[in-house]
Design a protein around this ligand. Structure first.
Ligand SMILES: [Zn+2]
Length: 310
């Protein structure tokens, strides 16, 4: 990743793109800069239009700081200067009633069905309550993984579909991923995602375990309950902005097979935020065949009786 403090805001749906302040083109063609120290935007005109030949607008952080007499040099940079230039929209939240409805729905939820079959009804219920696993009618049997922050507020929900027998994702004929905030069709919705399971961080005594998928976090929390299991959702979310919440905590990263090198690099990159270590549990135990299949922690754990682990 970039070693620069100011980078283009990573793509995260159309809410992370804007109207160009120069050509004001009808589509969102403008990408803004963010400060990786704070995760916040620079001024709304600092960025680049992707209509390179027709517009070509590119106002860099360096130009902005120079023109506003703010020292650009990071070491001389005063944090209070940032506060003045950031005009960030307050984060939007999902209405509580939507979450309650999804939690009390009596429609089929294939993922919960899988947990129920593999473990027991009681355990499925326990995990449902712990991680707020909702049910969606978006597809028959669909699950919602709510991203609930430390204040107990939902930033969004990821809707996914699993096979009730195998517990694997249904990716055919299409991937079956959608987002609650997208379905709201509210152009003003200011999405600020958080880590899945972040509401569990209230417990300050436990170490944190970070995995890629929501399913893995949920399953692993049963096998290794002494850790707080969180999921990043996708590897690109393993960044400084999302990880500020982990400040000064002890975090163990559990990459899926084939992800060890990438996660090790990330751990190094984020080391100023928290103490990261990378587990080689899978690397040590996987066979050649499993390596080819890209086994993940959940696949591995599900082979064992969780009671033997506890
Ligand atoms: Zn433009």
């Amino acid at each position: 990743m970039s070693q620069y403090r100011y980078i283009f805001e990573p793509y995260n749906g159309m809410s992370s793109r804007y109207r160009c302040p120069s050509c004001n083109y009808r589509d969102k063609t403008f990408v803004r800069y963010i400060d990786t120290e704070t995760g916040e935007h620079l001024s709304s005109d600092v960025g680049r239009c992707n209509r390179e030949s027709k517009c070509g607008y590119h106002y860099t952080p360096k130009q902005y700081f120079e023109q506003n007499n703010i020292p650009f040099d990071k070491t001389k940079y005063h944090p209070s200067a940032i506060q003045k230039i950031v005009k960030k929209k307050p984060t939007s939240f999902i209405d509580d009633t939507l979450i309650k409805e999804s939690l009390s729905s009596d429609q089929t939820n294939y993922f919960l069905q899988f947990l129920s079959n593999h473990f027991s009804k009681e355990i499925a219920q326990r995990l449902k309550e712990k991680y707020n696993i909702g049910t969606s009618s978006h597809w028959n049997g669909a699950t919602i993984f709510w991203e609930i922050d430390q204040q107990g507020k939902a930033r969004t929900g990821k809707i996914m579909l699993y096979d009730p027998k195998t517990g694997k994702r249904i990716k055919e004929p299409f991937k079956h991923i959608n987002w609650v905030h997208s379905l709201l069709k509210d152009p003003e919705y200011a999405l600020q995602q958080c880590l899945f399971g972040e509401h569990l961080l209230k417990d300050k005594t436990k170490q944190i375990a970070l995995v890629e998928s929501e399913k893995t976090a949920i399953v692993a929390s049963l096998y290794l309950p002494d850790l707080i299991w969180l999921a990043v959702g996708s590897l690109s979310n393993l960044n400084a902005e999302k990880c500020t919440i982990l400040k000064k905590r002890n975090v163990i990263l559990f990459p899926d097979l084939n992800g060890f090198d990438k996660w090790t690099a990330k751990a190094k990159e984020l080391s100023r935020i928290a103490t990261f270590s990378v587990s080689d549990l899978l690397e040590r135990n996987a066979t050649e065949q499993e390596r080819e299949q890209g086994l993940d922690i959940a696949d591995y754990l599900l082979r064992f009786d969780y009671r033997e682990f506890v």
